[in-house]
Design a protein around this ligand. Sequence first.
Ligand code: HEM
Ligand code: CU
Length: 484
Amino acid sequence: MADTTFTHSPATTDRGRRWVVLYLATTGLVLLLMMLAGLWMRLAQAGWVYTDPALFYQLMTVHGTGMVGIAALGGAAVLWHFLSAHVRLNSRVMGANFGLFLIGVVAILVADFPGRFGGAWTFLYPLPATSQGAWPAWAAALHLGGLLVIGVGFLIWCLELARGIIATYGGLGRGLGWHVLFGGSMRDVPPPTVVAATMVTIVTTLALIAGALVLVMSLINLAFPAVEINPLLAKNLIYFFGHTFINATIYMGVVAVYELLPRITDRPWKTTKVFLAAWTLSTTMVLIIFPHHLLMDFAMPVWAMAIGQVFSYVNSFPVLVVTGLGALAILHRSGIRWDLVSTLLLISMFGWMAGVIPAVVDATVVVNSVMHNTMWVPGHFHFYLLLGLLPMMFAVMIHLARGEDTRPQGSDLTALLYLLFGLGFVSMFLIGGWASVPRRWAEHLPEWQIWDQVASVMAVGVIALTTVFVAMFLVRTPAILREG
Ligand code: HEM
Ligand SMILES: [Cu+2]
């Protein structure tokens, strides 16, 4: 049963581990492909590679959808890997999710390339049905259908997590440690990974239900255009889904910090009441702050906007603070020998914390009325995804690749270079946003292109280093699978 402290038991079942490795290998390869699509867009904006604008929007749709999907697949692998040491999970669910994911990906690729769908990963109603001839209705339907299939896969996956947590801990509230937080009991204190997993399960399930609802509504609208949807309702559902789903990927990835830093320093990461309170607060807040995506929608009720702004300020802080301070406490005088894994984990915490700042800035109404739909927006989310989430995943890949060999491995110089190129890359988005360069424009004015050009060079560096990390994992994949 549950332990108050961190346990070393690598109880992942053989087959579960195989799926984790397959998920991570897929994640590495898809990340690289999607990064190349991103580079292509940046080169087009820079004026260095001519790209038909219609193709730009197809690439943008594939890149956005693909990156969000693969962030979730990689995050799911990280979470599953560590959670299965605490909770018995049925690995067939990993297979089902993977199968549905692949079916969805094929559907989306067909819809977006031969079908020319370019309605962005946010598929905002009524755009899929009103392409003005840019893509046929079947392509929009296939794209939305592909998303729905992928969503169903992740929903099944979430339900298995919920089942496992409930079976082991006696309920989702106990997974969040409410019996400790409110009841003062010190029995069955859930380890940090279980707390994070419970939060992820709750918020992702709700996000997926909202997403499935609006996808079905949009599909009906595509089939029967006379059946209209309330556009404001559709937008609320889409952003509740999109905001929550992508945010949850970081909460999946952060368990890498909770599990790997203790192993590296040989010190436990204990669950404290402050830790539990922080996770419970973030569980509720991440669900109610999505109206920060609708600050310019005058038809929204003012109270919803007020919640969106005020809680956006506080949402990330509880978990960020307990994670940051917890990590510092573990590292302080630990005599740690820095290597690639620990450096990547430290970078991930920096990237997450620093990336939240431009996000919070943009969630302020007066700022949003200027920055809305500028490059500031891709600036903030590339910051915490590229420099927060991805290093967590790379750290787990390299941790698995080194197996039983506990000697420091890999050069932390590569991690530092990744940080530098990454910072250079995201700053160009932020500077562009500061100068009011609009986001999602296939063609840029010559005055803006200097930032696009610098960003393109930086992106090449990011891609080169990502190749190094992914290759370190892929060359060891057959051996990891043999070790079981
Ligand atoms: C070398 C790495 C990357 C490059 C070169 C790149 C490039 C781009 C570019 C040029 C855009 C369009 C910006 C605009 O004009 O609006 C974009 C959008 C986007 N990117 Fe990336 N990106 C990279 C990595 C990532 C990563 C790691 C993620 C997530 C895990 C990600 C997720 C997204 C999303 C969600 C969008 C929004 C698409 C939309 O507006 O619908 N990107 N990226
Ligand atoms: Cu958001």
